[in-house]
Design a binder for this molecule. Structure first.
Ligand code: ZN
Ligand code: ZN
Ligand code: ZN
Length: 371
C-alpha cells in the first residue's frame, strides 16, 4: 500500500468542496488527525504554530516553523499540492495565516482539537471571522474509510492480534499488572506499532473499572484479567483490542456464567453489522442479551466507537445514534460486564462494515483464555 493511496491528493479538493458547501471560507488545521488526513503530515504539536490554511477556493498553504520545514517537506504533504511557508523563532506567525487566506473571511473551521492558545491567536488575527469546528466538514469525509485505509486498519489489527497471542509469555499470577504491561508495551512496538497508545491490565476487582490502566497489585490465582491494548502504526492508523484472560486456577462460577453471556452478545453484535442497520441497533444487539441475562446495569458504556487516525472517532455505537451504518465505516464492538468490587470482562474487536456485511479486523478467539 503506497503512501499516495493512503493520503491521496484529491482529498484536499474534496475537503475544499465540502468547506464551501458548509458555508465556511477556510479550514485552519493545526497538528492532529485532521491535518494528517488531508496531507499525510504527522506534524509535531508544540507551542510554535503549524497550520494548514485550506481556503474553500484557491491554493492550500502549510505554515510551519522553519526548523520543522525539512520534516514537512519530507512528508507526503508537498505531493498533495500544498505550498509550504515558514516562520522563524521570535516572529509572529499569524500574519502568514492571514496572507494565505488571500482576502477577507466571514467564517473559518478550526481543527476540533486545536490548542486554546492557537484558537485565541487566530481570533486575534481574524477578528471578524466566526470560528466553527472543522469537524463539521471533515467528520463526514473521514467516517467512510477508503480501501487503503481499511488495509491500514487491518494491518494494525493483525499487529495487535500478534501481541494478544503472546500473552502467556507475560501474564502470570504473582506478577503485578504494571510488570505485565511493561512487557506488553514492548511487544506492541515489536509487532510494528510506532507508538503504544494504551495498555490496560485489570485483574480481579480492577477488571470492574473499564478504564483502569494498571497498578502495582499482584495478579491473583484464578482472577479474570481484562487486557485492552492498542497503538499507532507508521501509517497513522490505530489498533484497539480487548481479550479477557484467566490467570491460572479456576474462575468464580458466576464469572463463567456472565462471560458466556458476554461472548454470545459480542458475537451477535458483530454479526448484526451490515449496511443500513443503525448504530443504535448494533448497540442494542450487544445490549439486549446482556440485559436479558440480568446484567444490563453492569454494561455501563456504549458498545463501540469508530477508529482510524484517531483512537475514538465517529461513528459511535450508542443508544440514540440513528445513523445507518455504511460500507467503509470502521468501529469497535466492545461490550463489557463489570461487577464493582469483584471482577469484570470485556471483549473487543475492530470491524468494518462491508457492502454486504462485516469484516473482523481482529481474528483471535473471543472465548475466555486460560493461561
Ligand atoms: Zn475505552
Ligand atoms: Zn475501544
Ligand atoms: Zn479498547
Amino acid at each position: 500500500m503506497g503512501i499516495d493511496e493512503l493520503y491521496p491528493p484529491d482529498r484536499l479538493i474534496a475537503a475544499q468542496r465540502a468547506t464551501a458547501a458548509a458555508g465556511l471560507d477556510a479550514l485552519l488545521l493545526t497538528p492532529g488527525s485532521d491535518l494528517r488526513y488531508l496531507t499525510g503530515y504527522d506534524a509535531h504539536a508544540g507551542e510554535r504554530l503549524t497550520c494548514l490554511v485550506l481556503p474553500a477556493e484557491g491554493e492550500p498553504t502549510l505554515v510551519v516553523p522553519r526548523l520543522e520545514r525539512p520534516a514537512a517537506e519530507a512528508s507526503p504533504a508537498p505531493a498533495t499540492g500544498v505550498r509550504i511557508v515558514d516562520h522563524v523563532d521570535g516572529s509572529d506567525p499569524y500574519p502568514l495565516v492571514v496572507a494565505a487566506l488571500d482576502g477577507p473571511v466571514a467564517a473559518v473551521g478550526l481543527a476540533d482539537r486545536m490548542w486554546a492558545e492557537q484558537v485565541l491567536g487566530l481570533r486575534a488575527a481574524l477578528p471578524d471571522a466566526a470560528q466553527r469546528l472543522a469537524g463539521e466538514v471533515l467528520r463526514e469525509l473521514r467516517i467512510r474509510k477508503s480501501p487503503a485505509e481499511v488495509a491500514a486498519l487491518a494491518e494494525a489489527g493483525a499487529a495487535i492480534d500478534e501481541v494478544h497471542l503472546r500473552m502467556g509469555e507475560w501474564l502470570r499470577p504473582g506478577r503485578t499488572e504494571a510488570e505485565v504491561a511493561t512487557d506488553i508495551a514492548a511487544a506492541i512496538r515489536a509487532a510494528g506499532h510506532v507508538t503504544v497508545d494504551f495498555v490496560i491490565v485489570a485483574a480481579g476487582p480492577n477488571g470492574a473499572s473499564p478504564h483502569h490502566g494498571t497498578s502495582d497489585r499482584p495478579i491473583g490465582v484464578g482472577e479474570p484479567v481484562v487486557v485492552d491494548i492498542g497503538g499507532t502504526m507508521a501509517s497513522g492508523y490505530r489498533s484497539d483490542c480487548t481479550r479477557t484472560y484467566l490467570a491460572g486456577g479456576s474462575a468464580p462460577a458466576d464469572f463463567l456464567d456472565y462471560y458466556a453471556v458476554l461472548c454470545d452478545a459480542q458475537r451477535a453484535a458483530v454479526e448484526a453489522v451490515r449496511p443500513g442497520i443503525t448504530a443504535a441497533a448494533a448497540d442494542a444487539a450487544a445490549r439486549a442479551p446482556i440485559a436479558a441475562a440480568g446484567y444490563g446495569s453492569a454494561f455501563l458504556h456504549r458498545t463501540g466507537h469508530g477508529i482510524g487516525l484517531d483512537g475514538h472517532e465517529e461513528p459511535y455505537l450508542v443508544a440514540g445514534n440513528d445513523r445507518p451504518l455504511e460500507a467503509g465505516m470502521a468501529f469497535s464492538i466492545e461490550p463489557g460486564i463489570y461487577l464493582a468490587g469483584r471482577h469484570g470482562a470485556r471483549i473487543e474487536d475492530i470491524v468494518v462494515c462491508t457492502t454486504d456485511g462485516v469484516q473482523r479486523l481482529n481474528t483471535t478467539p473471543t472465548e475466555l483464555i486460560a493461561l
